[in-house]
Design a protein around this ligand. Structure first.
Ligand code: IMP
Length: 206
């Protein structure tokens, strides 16, 4: 089955391909980035908005991922605002320098300075939309926020997130290890199982 990935986020795209291709999906990248207003109040709503927008533009069965980091002591923030946390009024704004990712991490570490409860989880909601039918699945990865960055792998908040049962950060895991335990890996495998339950057996397009 050929699916369009509704994202131009390099980190996500790489992982969606890495996880979906061995399951028999051909993952196609969008030819251009669409500006989708993520006006939903949940990961599911935002994933659905992205899936519909990309489907409308490109006319292909689309898979969208909306994901983020949910921090216990910050009432669930950054949550659905994870990619633009630096610019949020909540907890004081940061300039996106040297990058939005660095500013997001800087802000989170600043807000958690001296806070004992470092519990957090990554959440991913994935939606597959065919134009008249949709399926969704969610995945979570529990862990805690480190005091400082560790490792070079992954993307986004990975260097400051220590998954439960591991010594190092998500950015220190191999790609295979990350996919095995990650929110995205879990959500996408569930989605594939749902499709299997509907009698669909994916095959890579010739
Ligand atoms: P979205 O495009 O609104 O779904 O933004 C998701 C944001 O959440 C990303 O830009 C990252 O900041 C963060 N995020 C989601 N998944 C991951 C992950 O696997 N590792 C690190 N950060 C992530």
């Amino acid at each position: 089955m050929r699916v369009l990935a509704a994202t131009t986020n390099e980190g996500k795209l790489k992982e969606i391909k890495r996880i979906m291709e061995p399951l028999g999906f051909e993952v196609v990248e969008p030819k251009r980035k669409l500006k989708v207003e993520e006006s939903g109040t949940s990961f599911l709503e935002n994933a659905y908005l992205k899936a519909c927008a990309y489907y409308k533009e490109f006319g292909l069965t689309t898979i969208a991922d909306d994901s983020g980091l949910v921090v216990d002591s910050l009432q669930g923030y950054p949550g659905i605002f994870s990619s633009r946390f630096y610019a949020l009024d909540f907890g004081g704004k940061e300039l996106p320098e040297p990058s939005a990712t660095e500013a997001n991490i800087r802000k989170l570490l600043r807000l958690l300075k001296g806070i004992e409860d470092r519990g957090a989880k990554f959440v991913a909601c994935v939606v597959l939309y065919t134009g008249d039918k949709g399926l969704f699945a969610e995945g979570e990865c529990k862990g805690e926020i480190l005091e400082e960055k560790r490792g070079e792998g992954g993307f986004g908040y990975d260097p400051i997130f220590k998954p439960e049962g591991f010594e190092g950060s998500m950015a220190q895991l191999s790609p295979e290890e990350k996919d095995r335990i990650s929110h995205r890996g879990k959500a996408l495998r569930k989605l594939s199982e749902l499709l299997g339950g509907l009698g669909y057996t994916p095959q890579i397009c010739p």
